[in-house]
Design a protein around this ligand. Structure first.
Ligand code: SF4
Ligand code: SF4
Ligand code: SF4
Length: 303
């Protein structure tokens, strides 16, 4: 096994097991953090047939088949392909998407599994051959509880439910159900009227339907996008774009523009956070709001 061999299979998502002289852990992509029972069976069979019979779950929702000998790697990859599974997820590329279970979670405000699958298809697979200045991590969260920490990813999406409050309908109840339901105290009854703090509200939607007099009945689904987060050797919290996107297609286009921005303006070896720091968040946001990056997509990707 030469260094070239090791690098070749690393590019396929196969990482050296340092406890052995010739074995690798094979990283299987789960696309959106969810796999079928049949796929799970296939991973299990592959682990028994080619590996030590064990699998390890990574923090970013991939599954690593343990201790596979170098000479079995290509056969294992072909075996997984028969079940529609792929290995990968390494290098300066779009990394496998991480998704919370917002689709089924009681707090979920968007269909996270569906959106993550679309991101997987369009950006993980669609940009497979694109080399970025550094790795590019994307996470999708269903609500501001941030279970998958979208703001600590290069690009993070958070589901939103934006209230349009009709204060005219408020009757100033003694015990306001909305005030009670709001976890961050963005609502308060003052002098017999509800006061709603738009800036404090995190669009969690917990107040929906709580007011018996319909002051909190109108809501819009949205997608908040954070850019420039990371968590590792160095840490930075992503900054949310000031605009909350109210359609999935706008959200997906904004993700693509952010990716193109990183590809276009990033310097080899720097994370997206550093690119944004260098060019300024305002400039990054301006470019993401314009169509320039998408119009220049072919030119940017040909670099
Ligand atoms: S982020 Fe929200 S929707 Fe997603 S799992 Fe956590 S609580 Fe549920
Ligand atoms: S429950 Fe509705 S009507 Fe009553 S105080 Fe709260 S917002 Fe106003
Ligand atoms: S959406 Fe959430 S934060 Fe905003 S007012 Fe309603 S409960 Fe409070």
């Amino acid at each position: 096994m030469t260094n070239e061999d090791i690098l070749r299979v690393k590019g396929l998502g196969c990482l050296r097991d340092k406890t052995t002289p010739d074995c690798f852990n094979i990283r299987v992509i789960t696309r959106n953090g969810k796999i079928t029972a049949e796929e799970l069976d296939a991973i299990s069979m592959a682990a028994k047939k080619f590996g030590s019979g064990e699998v390890a779950f990574t923090t970013r929702q991939t599954v690593e088949i343990q201790r596979v000998k170098y000479e079995n790697i290509d056969t294992l990859i072909d075996f997984l392909k028969e079940y529609g599974l792929e290995t990968g997820g390494t290098g300066p590329k779009v990394r496998p998407v991480v998704s919370c279970k917002g689709t089924t979670c009681v707090f979920g405000l968007i269909d996270t599994f569906d959106l993550s699958m679309k991101i997987h298809q369009r950006f993980y697979k669609g940009y497979r051959n694109v080399k970025f200045p550094h790795k590019l991590k994307i996470a999708v969260g269903g609500c501001p509880n941030n279970c998958v920490k979208p703001d600590l990813n290069d690009i993070g999406i958070v589901g939103q439910l934006i209230p349009t409050v009709d204060t005219e309908k408020c009757r100033g109840c003694k015990a306001c159900a909305v005030e009670k339901a709001c976890p961050i105290k963005a609502c308060k009854v003052v002098d017999g009227k509800i006061e709603y703090d738009r800036n404090a509200c995190n669009n969690c939607g917990r107040c929906k339907g709580k007011c018996p007099f319909n002051a909190f009945d109108s809501y819009t689904v949205g997608y908040k996008i954070y850019i420039g987060g990371r968590w590792g050797k160095q840490f930075s919290r992503g900054i949310a774009l000031s605009r909350i996107f109210t359609s999935e297609s706008e959200c997906l286009n904004a993700i693509e523009k952010a990716m193109l921005l990183f590809k276009d303006k990033g310097i080899q070896g720097e994370r997206f956070a550093q690119t944004i720091d260098r060019i300024s968040f305002d400039e990054a946001e301006k470019l993401i709001y314009s169509n320039e990056l998408l119009e220049r997509k072919d030119e940017i990707l040909s670099k």
